[in-house]
Design a protein around this ligand. Sequence first.
Ligand SMILES: NC(=O)c1ccc[n+]([C@@H]2O[C@H](COP(=O)([O-])OP(=O)(O)OC[C@H]3O[C@@H](n4cnc5c(N)ncnc54)[C@H](O)[C@@H]3O)[C@@H](O)[C@H]2O)c1
Length: 249
Amino acid sequence: MAAMTSPEAPPRRVVVTGAARGIGASIAAAFVAAGDQVVLLDRSAVVADTAADLGAKSVTCDLADPVDARRGTAEAIDTVGGVDVLVNNAGVFEIVPLLEIDADQWSRMFDVNTRSMLLTIQVAARRMIEQGTGGRIVNMASMGGKDGEAGQAHYAASKAAVISLTQVAAKELGAHQITVNSICPGYVLTEMGADTRTPEMVAGWSAKSPLGRCGSPDDVAAMAVHLASPSAAYLTGQAFNVTGGMIMH
Ligand SMILES: NC(=O)c1ccc[n+]([C@@H]2O[C@H](COP(=O)([O-])OP(=O)(O)OC[C@H]3O[C@@H](n4cnc5c(N)ncnc54)[C@H](O)[C@@H]3O)[C@@H](O)[C@H]2O)c1
């Protein structure tokens, strides 16, 4: 396998959204460890501390607001003088029975989980095309985007839309040597969903994996770094499971 970054290669300029904590923070840390210039973007002010701990930069931005999403993405790119890799990781989750999901809950889920990715891709891909050196875009979908659970109708639908957005973006941006892929994590024990999680649920989820455990943020970060590596140059439009075999399609 080719090295992630050869000693001669300049550091890549990497923007990671939703990077104040959880999977996004692990992805940012993995790119920093690979020697890249990383900007962490999040609506939470904690992102500044997370970035400082990594020796990286940060931008505070609410991706649910289209104006702020465009502003924040452009500011993040300018902070490191360009963009080679965009990781769209920010997302929200809640469990609500199908018959109780109201229109506002549905819209909020799509605003953050799906529409924000269209906006950040538009800003970043334009910059990648201007630079003329190709690029990598990685979108965080979910196992739920392929096989949603009860109580997740709006979340699962928003993540299925991420998989579709990824496929079309790959088709439109491929001519510029920009690859676009999505990652579908299974159950990862971050703050997301912690309020509704019980030990019995964790045991049940772990049993769904042939490996007998839930995922870690580092399991997901490793896939994001791989998709940005030279070895992944011919991968585009795909939705890669990081589920420990919980689903196999
Ligand atoms: N944890 C899991 O089991 C799991 C499984 C599949 C997919 N995912 C996906 O992985 C991604 C990261 O999840 P996580 O578990 O680390 O969650 P998390 O809740 O720990 O972190 C999400 C981050 O996104 C940020 N964010 C949320 N809304 C934002 C907005 N409007 N603008 C800017 N930032 C915003 C939050 O502040 C937070 O830092 C999400 O897209 C999630 O849907 C998670």
